[in-house]
Design a protein around this ligand. Structure first.
Ligand code: DUC
Ligand code: ZN
Ligand code: ZN
Length: 475
């Protein structure tokens, strides 16, 4: 694959997790070749004028489900659509969850994932979801780390009978991952108790979307997070709690970190910016917000912001797991991607929502402008820390000589309004519809190639490369 021609970014304000200065950036061979106060373009070299703009590292989203079959439906964004949406939102690296089909080996699941990711428009890595802890699976985990550059695994404590590992298997898998130096990602919700609450709700005829949230109480995330932490400590496994949404789970993480345990946490914009009043919407509208964990009561958000401030939560990812609310224009996308699968009962509503395109701008607006965080912390949350934790730093997640020239030219002052009709996901709604945001992605470079220029798409399917990842870095 040939690298993009040499180019120059001139006069941008470069902001990384640690630095903030105005300079020029010379790009050659897809990498950053030089950063200096003034650099001269070579003959015919493309020059991107960045005066007045921030130059940020391409954002890194370490939690997506593209072209993925879930127990109830298939996500609507394939790698082409999902990563195009990512690019428009300033995300140039995605680490996606590979779910092996039921009964398939991890290697077969990975092969299938590689086939599906071949049309990605930005660079992609994979985490592997582990559905059992049998000897063959444990042996495959070893091969994935050593040979395939897959250095993180996800274990579910929810969805009994489908995705869940019961505690003994979870402990075995954690121990194996820890011994391999891999990072264990955990979906922390108590699946069996949720199942009991769901059955009780349905037996009483409670079928509306809001019962999704009512049957997955915050306590059950806190309980599972603490259990996962305890099991990981015993198993000597570094742990990463994905999509953390509650004060209880955060307290469990904080207690562990105070004791010096290698426990990390991720949250998502929807848990920081929305509250459970979304489920009071008319009719079936609440289905748009059906995800697991659900959107929580308003008291949790401020505590999650405190967790970001204190550093107990290190990353903000999207959990982009997009479905449609309708069935696409003239029904062309069909029911298999649609929230409407759950019209009759909330437990049949596909779990998940889109988010890839809005994360960077939302977090700039919310973290920097509304919560007074530094630009450095913002960059760390959406790019640097995820790159470090998932073995991609310093190739990704920073602006430095030798790093991939994945760069976002960002106007910190432009005001705009989120409209699903203008986004690039195949989903037909946004969790943040109508929200006014200050700060907008203007240009995006992937390994030196300009793939987004304003509203213009200059990228292409298949441009994204597979990212074998190294060992998780500690932060
Ligand atoms: N967990 C995820 O991480 N994504 C979608 C649904 C779920 O349960
Ligand atoms: Zn999950
Ligand atoms: Zn997810």
């Amino acid at each position: 694959m040939t690298a993009a021609p040499a180019s120059l970014i001139r006069n941008g304000r470069i902001v990384t997790a640690s630095d903030d200065f105005v300079a020029d950036i010379l790009i050659e061979g897809g990498r950053i070749q030089a950063i200096a106060k003034t650099l001269s373009p070579g003959p015919g070299m493309a020059v991107h004028e960045a005066a007045g703009l921030l130059v940020l590292p391409g954002a890194v989203d370490v939690h997506t489900h593209l072209d993925s079959a879930t127990p109830t439906a298939s996500t609507v964004d394939d790698f082409a659509a999902g990563t195009r949406a990512a690019a428009f939102g300033g995300t140039t690296t995605v680490v996606d969850y590979c779910t092996p089909p039921p009964g398939a080996s991890l290697m077969a699941g990975l092969e299938d994932w590689h086939r599906r990711r071949a049309n990605a428009c930005v660079d992609v890595g994979a985490h592997m979801i582990v559905l059992n802890a049998g000897a063959e699976t444990l042996a495959e985990m070893k091969t994935l780390v050593a040979r395939e550059g897959i250095t993180s695994f996800k274990f579910f404590m929810a969805y009994p009978g489908a995705l869940m590992l019961e505690d003994g298997a979870l402990f075995t898998a954690l121990r194996a991952a820890g011994a391999l130096g891999a990072l264990s990602c955990v979906h922390a919700e108590n699946g069996p108790v949720i199942q009991s609450l769901v059955q009780a709700a349905l037996a009483q005829g409670q079928t509306a979307p809001r019962h999704h949230a009512l049957t997955r109480p915050a306590l059950l995330e806190g309980e599972a997070a603490q259990r996962a932490i305890d099991l990981a400590e015993l198993a000597q496994a570094p742990l990463y709690v994905v999509h953390l949404s509650t004060a209880q789970a955060l307290r469990a993480v904080q207690r562990a970190r105070l004791r010096g345990l290698p426990v990390f946490a991720e949250t998502c914009p929807q848990y920081l910016l929305l509250d459970d009043s979304v489920y009071e919407a008319d009719g079936f509208e609440g289905a748009k917000y059906v995800m697991s964990p659900p959107i929580r009561p308003a008291s949790h958000g401020p505590q999650l912001w405190n967790g970001l401030r204190s550093g107990d939560i290190q990353t903000v990812a999207t959990d982009h797991c997009a479905f449609t609310y309708g069935e696409g224009p003239e029904g062309q996308l069909g029911l298999r991607h649609s929230k409407r699968l759950g019209l009759a009962a909330f437990n049949r509503i596909p779990n998940g929502a889109p988010g890839l395109e809005t994360r960077l701008a939302l977090m700039h607006d919310a973290a920097v402008l509304q919560h007074g965080m530094s630009l450095h912390r913002f960059v760390d949350l959406v790019a640097t820390a995820p790159a470090r934790l998932f073995g991609l730093f310093p190739r990704k997640g920073t602006v430095a000589v030798g790093s991939d020239a994945d760069l976002v030219l960002f106007d910190p002052q432009e005001r705009w309004t989120v409209r699903a009709t203008e986004h690039h996901s195949l989903s037909d709604y946004s969790l943040f519809e109508g929200r006014q945001i200050t700060g907008r992605v203007k240009k995006v470079l992937l390994r030196g190639q300009c793939i987004v220029d304003g509203t213009q798409w200059l990228g292409r399917e298949g441009l994204g490369q597979y990212l074998p990842r190294g060992a998780s870095g500690r932060i």
